[in-house]
Design a protein around this ligand. Structure first.
Ligand SMILES: C[S@@+](CC[C@H](N)C(=O)[O-])C[C@H]1O[C@@H](n2cnc3c(N)ncnc32)[C@H](O)[C@@H]1O
Length: 384
């Protein structure tokens, strides 16, 4: 996994989406900081409107006084926040004077998009503040270790849209998977289960599916347990404390999901080897990866997230190569869903190991080699 995304990337041509060397005076630096300041406060004002219930109230045209009464915010604060929402193009003033949400905001004020919007706002604000606090205290290190349950739930909610997207865009391209998931023995492993949003989403859509949710963090698993119980899925979901690189299940799952951005490359490789054995023959592994496209500031931010979460941003090409190296068949890539930098790649455990799988893989799976098989590793099959 050398090359891009592993700390050996070529330094970006641009910083802050400006040509290098463009910032030359202290005034220009101050102007850059002011620009960034405006984004931070606009984002915080939107989050404030969300947390105070102002966004919902703006669904109907309302005066500032009415909004203040309904949200228990002081009128001057409501006025200042609404002013920012108007500047962002999310709210418009009407005669009266009253204010109302623009149609673009309507879907995000109800239905599943509501929790995704809140999750994006909370997750980004709380995680960025945590990063700065940890840096000040000299304890900033890569790895997913949030103490705040709000962050855990927000991060889970960010992924809540994925099961529906997988069913629509990914699973139909994975031979036999939809039939397996609808079968009576259907079984799913969610590596890095977090608060179990993905597991709950899939179990809700496939009524016979049972699942194992794996995570090393006890606190995360207790939040997941409460979520699973709230969805009456305790009898179908086993929440297990552990790490993917220690997985010992054999031929147990039809589908395994693994989020690459939370795992170091060496853990990902060790995990894929275990997953190969844990899948039923013909079962699929689905790898989620955040895939920055270029050297823009936005892509640099995505790479920062992955680093903070203990992983790396891997391109789909890198993930497909890894699947091939680890002996998965029919590896396929699914580029970004809904314009987000989230890509997926899937690979299948071969249906039959005796026809074509290399003995190294078979030894890893505990399959006895036949006398005629050569020893050693095939070319280009890296050692662990
Ligand atoms: C934040 S979650 C992803 C969100 C999740 N989809 C949800 O619904 O909440 C990623 C999880 O991966 C877990 N993780 C990190 N390293 C792991 C490993 N080696 N094996 C299994 N899980 C791991 C982290 O503890 C974290 O809870």
């Amino acid at each position: 996994m050398n090359g891009e995304g592993c700390g050996q990337r070529r330094p970006p041509e641009k910083t802050a989406d400006r040509p290098r060397g463009e910032l030359q005076s202290p005034e220009e630096l101050s102007s850059l900081v002011r620009e960034l300041t405006v984004s931070v406060w606009a984002f915080a004002a939107l989050a404030c409107a969300d947390e105070a219930g102002l966004l919902e109230e703006l669904f109907e045209p309302r005066s500032l006084t009415d909004l203040a009464e309904r949200t228990s915010l002081p009128v001057p604060i409501v006025s200042a926040v609404v002013d920012i929402l108007v500047s962002l193009g999310l709210v418009r003033p009407e005669a009266g004077p009253v204010f109302v949400a623009e149609p673009v905001l309507a879907p995000a004020l109800g239905g599943p998009e509501r929790s995704v919007l809140r999750a994006e706002l909370r997750s980004n604000l709380l995680q960025s503040v945590q990063m700065v606090t940890d840096a000040r205290r000299g304890r900033l290190a890569p790895g997913w270790l949030p103490a705040d349950p709000l962050v855990l739930h927000a991060q889970g909610d960010r992924s809540a849209f994925l099961p529906a997207a997988w069913i629509e865009h990914v699973f139909p391209a994975l031979d036999g998977l939809l039939e397996r998931l609808a079968g009576t023995r259907a079984s799913f492993l969610d590596v890095g289960v977090g608060v179990a949003r993905l597991t709950i989403g899939l179990c809700s859509r496939f009524p016979t599916l049972t699942a194992v949710g794996l995570d090393p963090l006890a606190q995360v698993l207790s939040e997941a347990r409460a979520n699973v119980e709230a969805h009456s899925l305790a009898n179908r979901v086993e929440l297990r404390r552990g790490r993917v690189e220690d997985l010992e299940d054999r031929s147990a799952f039809d589908l395994v999901h693994i989020p690459a951005m939370f795992l170091s490359p060496s853990t990902l490789r060790a995990g894929l080897s275990r997953i190969q054995a844990a899948l039923r023959p013909g079962g699929w592994v689905l790898i989620q990866t955040l895939t920055p496209q270029d050297d823009s500031l936005a892509s640099a931010v995505v790479r920062l997230w992955c680093t903070l979460w203990g992983g790396e941003s891997l391109s789909l090409r890198q993930v497909v190569t890894l699947l091939n190296l680890e002996g998965f068949e029919s590896a396929k890539a699914f580029p970004a869903l809904s314009g987000l930098p989230i890509g997926h790649a899937a690979g299948r455990r071969p249906l039959c190991w005796s026809s074509g799988a290399h003995p190294v893989l078979r030894r890893r799976l505990g399959v006895k080699p036949s006398v005629s098989e050569p020893e050693g590793n095939p070319p280009n099959f890296p050692q662990k």
